[in-house]
Design a protein around this ligand. Sequence first.
Ligand SMILES: C[S@@+](CC[C@H](N)C(=O)[O-])C[C@H]1O[C@@H](n2cnc3c(N)ncnc32)[C@H](O)[C@@H]1O
Length: 217
Amino acid sequence: MQHKTAHGPRTAGRVLHGARWYDLFGTVISFGRVRALREKLIELAAPAPGEHVLDVGCGTGTLAIAVKRRVGAGVVHGIDASPEMVQVAKQKSAKDGSDIDFRVALIEAIPFPDASFDLVTSSLMLHHLPDDLKAKGLREIRRVLKPGGRFMAMDFAAQSHSPFGCGRPLGHLRSILGHARGERMVDALTPLLRAAGFSAVEAIPTRHKNFAFIRAR
Ligand SMILES: C[S@@+](CC[C@H](N)C(=O)[O-])C[C@H]1O[C@@H](n2cnc3c(N)ncnc32)[C@H](O)[C@@H]1O
């Protein structure tokens, strides 16, 4: 199935349009955990001053704005398929005074040359993609990473195709309430990451049992 807005690009990923309420909804539905998870992602990704970073599926830009504070004079870009999300991200970074390039663009066609980034991040994004698009998106991430560059993702711990599966509203609720089930994200992503050209794939233990972190180089 293809998703599209009047002015957004066509993708088989699940695009979110309710940007105005997204941050509030995310905070409420996760009982405030999403903020802590993004902070943990940044700690694990360890963005360093001067680095070039891309956040894919950046949503309203919260993670990219936090990363920019870490990289200082480094360069941060955020891409999302949703024009509404990108518009809110631009407004938030302008208010924050952070110079970040937010663009409407797709993970399956990242608009940057090969070997552009030291770090690519993705938060709660990969579960929005069907498997073939995950594979394509991960190949694109490997392409735009410099040799030795790192990819750091955070997402739901389990993938499921049930009506309660991750990526569906009831799946989010189920996962947050502690009933995540199905294939472990790490198990599902590891072969895709290896096929995309990543050699070191690491699952990172976390006390948040319904969420998983994965790092790859
Ligand atoms: C659950 S949101 C996560 C947003 C943000 N990373 C966060 O942590 O709040 C997933 C995002 O992926 C975006 N998305 C879906 N398919 C995409 C694609 N093919 N390329 C880029 N972004 C996509 C959606 O529009 C949505 O903003």
